[in-house]
Every structure is written in C-alpha cells, then in structure tokens.
Design a protein around this ligand. Structure first.
Ligand code: AHR
Length: 613
C-alpha cells in the first residue's frame, strides 16, 4: 500500500536537479560527440598517448611522406606536421569502420598547407567500391595558410576514406572534414544524433570535462614550446581559441584528445540545450588511484588564477580580458556560470581540502554568488570518504560531489541513503553513479534509487548518471548511458530512466509511504529472501507479515544463526544481535530455513539495515 498525504509540504525540487556528466572517456569527444571525421588530424598521436600509436596512426601513405617536428611547424602548440613528397598522397581512415557520409549531404574539408613553390592538392572521398563525391582541386602556394573545399556525397558509405594527393612537395597540418549538418549548425560543431539524444533528456546541467581526466597527469605545465610535455592535466586554457592552436594531449583513458571539443564548445552546448554549465577544475591533487599532491605554491596560485579567469571567460563582459576571448570566439553574451567543481575523487582528503579551501577563498572573494563544489573522494565506504565528509562538514562547504558504482541490489537497498544526511550540512551533488549494467533491471534499480534522491531533494541538489557516452569500438568503461559507432547511436535502459526523470521534474516532494514489498504470491516453499550487497552489511529486526498484517516471521537476531542460510559469496554471523556479513562484498541472499505457514499471501518484508553508508 502507498500512503500519500497531498496536504503535506515536502522539499522543493530544483529544475536543475537531474543533469548529465560528460567525460572524454570511451572516445566520447573525438570519434564521438565532436563531429570531426578525420582521426589524428594534426599528426600529434604519440606512443605517450597509447603504446600502439604513431604520428601516422589512422593515415596511410602513398609515395613519400613523413611527420616532422621542427621549426617549420604551423605554430608552437601544434608541433608535428606532414611533409608530403611530390606526387605522393595520404589517406585517412576516420573512426570505427571509416568515415561515414550520407548521400546528398555536404561535407566541409579544410587543411593548413605550405608549399613555397606551389602545388595542387587533389582531395577525394572514396571507399573500396569507388568515389563518394566529386574530387576537389586546391591550389596551394607560399607559407602556411588555410584552404577549404566542400563535397556533396553521391553515395552513402560507412567505410569512407579521405585522400589528399599533392603534385609537388607540400607540408600539411590540421586536415579536417566536418559534416555541414552539425547540431544547431554550429561551426566546429557536434555530431547531430548524439547531441540530439542528450538534448532529448532535457538535462538540468552539464558537468564537464570529466572525472579522472580532470586531475590526473602532470599539473606542471601548459603546452608552451618551452615546457612541452605530454600527459598534462586538463587545463581549460589549453582548449580554447582557433582549433589549430589548441595543443592535443594524452587522455587519461589511453588515447589522444584533440581538444577540438573544448571549454567554449562545452559552454555553447550547455546553452544550446538549456542546461546549466558545470565545469570541474583540477585542485593540484591527483585522484583516481594516483596519490600525489603538488606542493608548488606558485603553481597552486596559477591554477587558482586560472579558475578565476575561467569564471571571467564564462561570465565577464566582452570588454574584460577573458570575456573578450569568449566574444572573439563568437559569443559576446555571458554563459551564466553559477556552479564550479574543484577537484574529482582525490584519494588524499586532507591534502585535497587544504588546497580546496584556497580555491574557495579566492573564488568567493571575487565571485561570492558562485557555488563552489568540493568532493568526498571515492566512495570507499570507509576512511577516505568519511574523512573527506568530515572536512567538508567542518569547512561548511556549499556542496559535496559523491560518486559510486554498485550492483542493482545495492541501489535497491540504499534508497534510504540520504534520509539520514544532515539537513544543515553541505548539499550533495551526486556527480557520478550507475548500477553495474545496461540491462532493464539496472535501469529499474536506478529508478528506484532516484525516488530516494528526489525524496531528499532538500539535500541532494544535483545528480548525474555516469558515464554518458561510449563508442562501441573504444570502450574503457561500462556501463554507459548512450552507445554509438560511426554510423548509429542507441539508448540504454538507463537512458530511458534518466529521460523519464529529467522530462518530469516535479516542483515539490509529496511525502509518501510504501508498505508492500515485495509482492509474492503462490507457494514459495517456506523461504523468504533478503538480498544484500555490501561489505559488512548488517541487518536487524526482520519481519515478514501477510497482507492482513499478521506476522509470519520475525527475528531480532539475538538467537541462532543457523536459522538462516545463504546463496552467494561471503559468510555471515550474528554479532551483537545483528545479522552481519563478515567478509566478501558480493551478491548475497539470506534465506530463512524456518517454515512459516505462508502460501497465497502478499508478503511484507521489513528489515533494518544497521551499517554501511
Ligand atoms: O565515470 C568514469 C570514472 O569514474 C570517472 O572518470 C571517475 O571520476 C570515476 O572514478
């Protein structure tokens, strides 16, 4: 039975409550949401990104060509370029099975080229069956300059190749092919089907640019020529301005990131889909299993200043230093940034918090209205998480970012997680969560859990499933919400759940109480199951009642453990009157061996979970 009291006033639910978490993982950006069709367009792939990469990954050479890194380069941040011999060609294979083109659609080619004595480039789109568009000729002469051509595909193909042939010696860089048809027709834009799927969720916010990729890698440098070093942490200033001047980087997830989809594009996309932008900046402590904190004061100051500059980039007038950069990129109006995350899953809570406080002080001094979000570290159900929460509580932070990935049963059993959170403490941003799988039961368990988030909307202010996107041929993490390859995209059951909640955000919680779960009918051979998944889970006061309220079974666990049997891993014992799982964190079902006289009853099972987060 569900009891609802419509006159009772529950918590208000913010329109921004449910959002999306975008991370460049599983090729979510290049080869994914970023519509660029050429892979390794600036010849910057390196073994530092991935042991199997070379600067010619995804390219094949006909004739003579080599990748060069010398003073003849395009600019200081775009180190490598291709030196193509006379009468030679290069061909790009795109992502997945190749470059996808659709009959009748237009594609914009561009290249930076240098040919002191002049050359003619022949640019063609083809697949194994032949030509896919009329080839274009581009006359090149003199120093580095950008050249363009447009194709209309005469045939649809998922296996297209882009070829550039040169009559004379020429240098090439930033070889690019974009569909004309990007999301909202934005230049340097986003792949339409993926952007539309995200937009259809109607997310309240977009958290970007990721989790682990934000704060792992070297904190030390930008990508200037003088201190060139790969595997830099994600720094927003590396990702803005003309794309050929954005240095690529080794992505934490094992590939190369072009930064073609950068901070300007994240803000613009958030605006295009009516979502609040929510960037996360590195706090100079590495997370994700890397336990390092940077003690360089000057560097810390520089990162704090970068964060202030980011807020000015987003919100400052077009006359301000960074507002002007935004305006020059095409957006004179502000992006209305109101929330910013500092750090992601740091494993060193004390070191993290000491630095977080300095970021927060500087941000609040200049922008007192910005919500500065801290985090709880990884949810290890133990020391790191508890220490981080204690520091956040004592430090009176605005909001704490929590992350967890667990079994469907865990989500079902932890619906009450936030019922006991301090109403006067920091608010919660559930920045990453997912049950382990993309099956229907996963979506269902997440939906059940989300009712608990919503019931606690006075504490849980923001929540985003993670990760958002996965290219099926380049997977580092699963499950994921939206799947795709170079030609198609499809939604998971988890996506449908998110869509249901995001498209139907209520105004206010109406307090309710459910008393019938699970509903079992028919003979069940004298057993009732309670599933659990957690290390050191403990249960107390189990009660099974029939629909008419009469008690079929009750156990306060003060007695005999042998009354119960289990399926699954782990061992259980009775300790201090509680039924406790003592070792493995594994799927487990505890079953009574008693024989209450139930048959065709609705069973009401109630147990109090005593420990666990
Ligand atoms: O969502 C995938 C990863 O999970 C994120 O990068 C990280 O924050 C978390 O551990």
């Amino acid at each position: 039975a569900i009891t609802v009291d419509p006159s009772a006033q529950g918590a208000a639910i913010d329109d921004t409550m449910y959002g999306v978490f975008f991370e460049d993982i599983n090729r979510a950006a290049d080869g994914g949401l970023y519509a660029e069709l050429v892979q390794n367009r600036s010849f910057e792939y390196s073994t530092a990104d991935n042991g199997s990469y070379t600067p010619l990954t995804s390219w094949t050479v006909g004739g003579t060509a080599q990748v060069v890194n010398d003073t003849g380069r395009l600019n200081a941040r775009n180190r490598n370029y291709l030196s193509l011999g006379a009468g030679s060609s290069v061909t790009n294979a795109g992502y997945n099975t190749g470059i996808r083109v659709e009959q009748g659609k237009r594609y914009d080619f561009s290249v930076w080229a240098r040919a002191e004595s002049g050359s003619t480039l022949t640019v063609s789109l083809k697949d194994a069956a032949g030509t896919l568009a009329t080839a274009r000729q581009v006359a090149v002469k003199g120093g580095w300059a950008k050249y363009k051509a447009t194709f209309t595909a005469t045939r649809t193909s998922n296996r297209g190749r882009l070829a550039v042939a040169s009559t004379a010696a020429a240098a090439l860089d930033e070889v690019s092919l974009f569909p004309r048809d990007t999301y909202k027709n934005q230049p340097n834009g986003l792949r339409k089907d993926l952007a539309e799927k995200i937009a259809a969720l109607k997310p309240g916010f977009v958290r970007f640019p990721g989790g682990c990729l934000v704060n792992t890698g070297s904190m030390e440098d930008y990508s200037e020529a003088s201190n060139w070093q790969r595997k830099r942490s994600y720094q927003w200033k590396d990702t803005i301005g003309p794309v050929e001047q954005r240095a690529t980087n080794a992505n934490f997830w094992g590939y190369n990131q072009s930064y073609g989809l950068g901070y300007y594009e994240y803000f613009r996309f958030s605006e295009d889909i009516g979502a609040m932008p929510l960037p996360v900046v590195p706090a100079l402590v590495t997370g994700c299993g890397q336990n390092k904190a940077t003690d360089n004061e000057a560097l810390l100051k520089r990162h704090i200043q970068d964060t202030l500059d980011l807020i000015e980039f987003a919100n400052g007038p077009a006359t301000s230093k960074w507002g002007k950069v935004r305006a020059q990129m095409g957006h004179p109006k502000p992006f209305h940034l109101t929330h910013i995350g500092v750090g992601n899953e740091e494993n060193l809570p004390k070191e993290f918090f000491a630095r977080f406080e300095q970021f927060r002080a500087a941000i609040k001094a200049k922008y007192p209205d910005i919500t500065v979000i801290s985090n709880s570290g990884p949810d290890d159900a133990g020391t790191t998480f508890d220490t981080a929460w204690q520091l956040n509580r004592e430090g009176k932070v605005d909001m704490v970012d929590e992350h967890y990935y667990n079994s469907p049963n865990w989500f079902l059993q932890n619906n009450d997680r936030y019922d006991s959170y301090d109403r006067n403490g920091p608010k919660v941003f559930l920045g990453e969560y997912a049950s382990q799988g993309n099956a229907w039961k996963n979506g269902l368990s997440e939906a059940a859990f989300m009712t608990g988030l919503e019931r606690n909307a006075d504490v849980v202010k923001l929540a985003s499933y993670a990760p958002l996107l996965a290219n099926e041929d380049y997977v580092q993490w699963r499950p994921d919400m939206i799947w795709f390859n170079n030609r198609a995209s499809w939604n998971s059951a988890n996506y449908e759940v998110q869509k249901l909640f995001m498209n139907n955000v209520g105004d206010r919680v109406v307090p309710s109480r459910a008393t019938t779960t699970p509903n079992v009918s028919g003979p069940i051979s004298g057993a009732v199951g309670l599933s659990t998944w957690a290390t050191s889970a403990a249960y107390d006061d189990v009660k099974v009642t029939s629909a008419d309220g009469s008690t079929l079974l009750s156990d306060d666990f003060s007695g005999d453990a042998s009354k119960w049997t289990h399926s699954g891993a782990g061992s259980w014992s009775i300790q201090d009157g509680q039924y406790v799982q003592t070792d493995a964190a594994a799927e487990n079902t505890m079953v009574t061996a008693g024989d209450p006289a139930w048959k065709d009853y609705d069973l009401h099972v109630k147990a109090t979970k005593k420990s666990g987060k």
